[in-house]
Design a protein. Structure first.
Length: 175
C-alpha cells in the first residue's frame, strides 16, 4: 500500500455513510457492497466473546453481515455516524450508533454506540473491517424497545434471545 490521502480516506468514508443512510431507509443492505468493498475483504464482528462473525470476501459479506444479519428484524433501525477519524496506513475509524425505531418519551433515541476500524486498499476499497459495540448495552436497548412495543418479534426471537442465552452461558461458565 502506498498510502491514500486524507481526502481519499474521507471520500470513502462519506460514500459508506451515504450508503448506510440509504440502506437504513430502503432496508437494502447489499446495493453498495460491490462498490465499497474489496473482493477479498475480511469483515469481523466479535459479539462480546460469545459469537464471532468473520466473512472473507464480498460474497460472504453479502451473505452474512449485510445479508442474513440485517434480515432478522432490523427494519426501522438506523445506524447514523457520529464521527470519522483518519489515520495512517489507509486506516479509518468510524463512530456510529445502533439506533432502534421510535423515540423515548423525553425525545431521546433508543441507541447504543458502535465503532468500526477500517483499512482501505490503494483503490480506496475496504479490505478489512472490524466492528465493535457493547453487547450488554445492546441487549438493554432491545429490552427497552421491547417494553415500548418497538422491538420486532423476529429480532427478539432470532437474535436477542439467542444472544442473551450465549451471554448467560458465558457468564455461568466463568464463575
Amino acid at each position: 500500500m502506498s498510502g491514500l490521502t486524507e481526502q481519499a480516506l474521507r471520500a470513502t468514508a462519506e460514500k459508506l455513510i451515504s450508503a448506510h443512510q440509504e440502506a437504513s431507509q430502503t432496508d437494502d443492505w447489499l446495493f453498495f457492497v460491490d462498490e465499497l468493498y474489496a473482493v477479498d475483504c475480511i469483515y469481523t464482528c466479535q459479539y462480546a466473546g460469545v459469537m464471532d462473525v468473520t466473512a472473507s470476501g464480498i460474497d460472504e459479506i453479502k451473505a452474512t453481515h449485510y445479508g442474513r444479519d440485517m434480515q432478522v428484524g432490523w427494519e426501522g433501525w438506523t445506524f447514523p455516524y457520529m464521527g470519522v477519524y483518519t489515520g495512517v496506513g489507509n486506516k479509518l475509524v468510524t463512530h456510529w450508533m445502533n439506533r432502534g425505531p421510535g423515540q423515548r418519551a423525553d425525545g431521546s433515541f433508543y441507541e447504543t454506540p458502535g465503532i468500526s476500524f477500517l483499512t482501505l486498499n490503494d483503490e480506496s476499497k475496504i479490505c478489512r473491517q472490524l466492528d465493535m459495540f457493547d453487547l450488554a448495552h445492546q441487549m438493554k436497548l432491545c429490552d427497552d424497545l421491547d417494553a415500548a412495543n418497538l422491538l420486532s418479534a423476529q429480532l427478539k426471537d432470532q437474535w436477542v434471545l439467542p444472544m442473551k442465552a450465549r451471554l448467560a452461558t458465558q457468564i455461568a461458565c466463568n464463575q
